[in-house]
Every structure is written in structure tokens, then in C-alpha cells.
Design a protein around this ligand. Structure first.
Ligand code: HEM
Ligand code: HEM
Length: 176
């Protein structure tokens, strides 16, 4: 079956969001693990951590249309909570890179590593909220209800403007 462009765009956004969720959870887990292990930060755990952290940047071009659409769609505090979340994640990545490359190890009274871990930990509750409010079951249900209630468009495939949720009836009167 041919996919509608809208459906494939929504599918792509969902894939991007779920991939971001996975890499953020991986970054948090490996960061925490390396911290708990505390042995010079070496080894495969930190390599995994760097890969997961940098994957956030790699995914940015795919996330950017999702962000733009979300920002156009809604105003209010939820929007600013998402933007704050974005700023914290970027700050964590930037401070992680600054520390790892040695480009910037202290920022006034705090170290780049303190900024890194602080920003990452502050992002955790916002991540939980963002994923639940924007990507959760309830958000998806609301979107599908909205889609079902949207007045149908007339077009070549739908000359009578029949709502999408009304399936074709095999015994429609006058259809034969
Ligand atoms: C949103 C979560 C996080 C992201 C996106 C993230 C991302 C990054 C990035 C991009 C780097 C630079 C990697 C490199 O080029 O070597 C880094 C380094 C580092 N991160 Fe994280 N991080 C996160 C959470 C954490 C947490 C929670 C901890 C510890 C409790 C942590 C500990 C470290 C350490 C110790 C390094 C330095 C590794 C080195 O010296 O090579 N990170 N992180
Ligand atoms: C690096 C991680 C992420 C950042 C920085 C980020 C940031 C944003 C921002 C700024 C918006 C636009 C404002 C808004 O709608 O509230 C947004 C929208 C959205 N995000 Fe995220 N997000 C991230 C990860 C996720 C994850 C993990 C999920 C779901 C599991 C998700 C699902 C969504 C959804 C469904 C939208 C709304 C799109 C629309 O209304 O069309 N995001 N995100």
C-alpha cells in the first residue's frame, strides 16, 4: 500500500524521537556507570558513553523539523519546558566535549565536568516529562482522535468527502 506523505513524516519523527530516547538513556547509564566505577574513566564504558553522547548531535538534523513543528503548534509553559530540556542536553554535550578534549576544563568556580554532570542530571526529569507528554500513549491517542475529527478533504480518491474512519462498504447501495 502506498503511504501518505503525512503518515511517513509522522513515522520518521517517531523513529527519531525513539532513537533519541535510546541514546539519551544509554548516555545517562554509561555516564553513571563510569562515575560509579571511578577507575580513571577509561575503558569500553566511556567509549560507549562518547558514542551515545555524540549520537545526540548526529540526530539533530532529523530532530530539527520535529522541534520546528512542535514550536509552531503550541505556546505556553510546556513549550518552554521542552526548550529548557534542549538547552540542558546541548550544554551537557558541549561541556562533555570541552572536558574530553581539554578545550575548556574550568568555567569560573566550576569544572567543565561539574557543568556536564549537573546539566545531564537536571535534564533527567525534563526528559521524563517530555517523553511522557509528547510521545506517550495519551499524546498519541489525542493525536489520532484529532485526526479522526478533522473534516475530510474532497479529492480524486474521495470525491464525496467521506471521513477517513468510514471504511468502504462492499454493499453500498448504488455501488453496482
Ligand atoms: C544526557 C546525558 C549525557 C550526554 C548526552 C553526555 C555526553 C557526553 C559527551 C558528548 C562527552 C564527550 C565524549 C568524548 O568525546 O570523549 C562526554 C564525556 C563524559 N561524560 Fe557524559 N554525557 C551525559 C551524561 C553523563 C553523566 C550522567 C555522567 C556521570 C555521572 C557523565 C560523565 C562523563 C565523563 C566522565 C566524561 C569524560 C570522558 C573523558 O574524559 O573522555 N556523562 N559525555
Ligand atoms: C535530545 C532530546 C530531545 C530534545 C532536545 C527535544 C526537544 C524538543 C522540542 C524543543 C520540541 C518542540 C516544543 C514542543 O513541542 O514542546 C519537541 C517536540 C516533540 N518531541 Fe522532543 N526532544 C527530545 C527528545 C524527544 C523524545 C525522546 C521524544 C519521545 C520519546 C520526543 C517527542 C517529541 C514530540 C512527539 C514532539 C512534538 C512534535 C509535534 O508536535 O509535532 N522528543 N522536542
Amino acid at each position: 500500500m502506498r503511504q501518505r506523505p503525512l503518515a511517513s513524516a509522522a513515522g520518521g519523527a517517531r523513529q527519531t524521537n525513539l532513537t533519541l530516547l535510546a541514546v539519551l538513556l544509554a548516555a545517562l547509564a554509561t555516564g553513571g556507570l563510569a562515575f560509579a566505577a571511578g577507575t580513571g574513566w577509561g575503558g569500553p564504558v566511556l567509549v560507549g558513553h562518547a558514542v551515545a553522547g555524540l549520537a545526540v548531535l548526529v540526530l539533530a538534523p532529523w530532530k530539527s523539523p520535529v522541534v520546528r513543528r512542535g514550536l509552531v503548534r503550541r505556546a505556553g509553559p510546556g513549550r518552554w519546558a521542552s526548550v529548557t530540556f534542549g538547552v540542558l542536553v546541548l550544554l551537557a554535550v558541549a561541556a562533555g566535549l570541552a572536558h574530553a578534549t581539554g578545550a575548556l576544563t574550568v568555567l569560573g568556580p566550576v569544572s567543565a565536568m561539574q557543568v556536564h554532570v549537573g546539566a545531564a542530571l537536571a535534564a533527567v526529569p525534563l526528559l521524563a516529562w517530555h517523553a511522557a507528554a509528547r510521545g506517550g500513549v495519551r499524546a498519541r491517542r489525542d493525536r489520532s482522535v484529532r485526526r479522526a475529527l478533522t473534516p475530510p478533504r474532497r479529492g480524486p480518491g474521495n470525491p464525496n468527502g467521506v471521513p477517513r474512519w468510514v471504511g468502504p462498504s462492499p454493499t453500498r447501495p448504488g455501488s453496482r
